[in-house]
Write a protein of this length. Sequence first.
Length: 298
Amino acid sequence: MNRKLKEIDELLTGLNRSVGGHYRWLVQAFRLIAKRDGSPDDITSLEAHNCCQFGGWLNQYLVTHTEDKGFLLTINDKHIRVHEVCRQLVDSVLQNNIQETLFNDFEHALQEFVAAITVYQTHLLQLRISYDALTSLPLRRILDESFESQVMDRSNGDLYVMILDIDHFKRINDSYGHIIGDEVLRAFAQKLQSCTRNYEPVYRFGGEEFIVILKAKGEAEAMAAGLRITRAIEHHQIRVGQYDIPVTVTSGLTRAIPGELLRIVLERADGAMYVGKQSGRNRCMYINDQGSIERVVE
């Protein structure tokens, strides 16, 4: 499973488990009010929000998940408010000085707390479905959202977009069946990721087409990277059950010009790939800014 996808699943599991723990904390507060047998710190102390299970989970993720900090900080504020009002409410009951407005405040605090959690859960679920169920690769939607920032980040050079299409994939489905075909796609995605560097994200474009984002300091370096990936696929057979299935790809590679829409870049790369399909397959084709297409060779 893709590392990011696994991280999302673990985050959802941890969030749901911690919310369940907070419900148990709420029952404990009710028990304290009903029995009136003391004031444990995890209910009435000023640091009660750090003592409950949800607070422990939230504090941990505030440190480790900086990309979600906006969501988590909002939840943190609402969580602290729940504990503040609960403390006031419990104290008023234990001191026989019940203030009706505190019940309304507590209800409102709980509603806002749950609403903040729901917003974050919805965000995570939407992110979750932006990954392909078969290959665990991010889908085009993820690239759409991050493309502009990736183009602007020149820490590893200019950005190049590479579209790859598995050659004669229909023959694989016809020869081995669609179940084997799916396994080939899954294994291919893993191989493709292993051929790329940690700053070269891979996406599933659709069907048997994939996208790789490359960073390079000039055309020559970009073409070398495209050829490296194409050749690595050519020299790797995919083992599925009892079958060793050879797979090759035809790819189209182009530079993304700053300010250019992703759609335009993909159309240009796709055009180069089409020329490669028409001229023999199992090759990487480069198209420059003027539309000139050439086969990448050693």
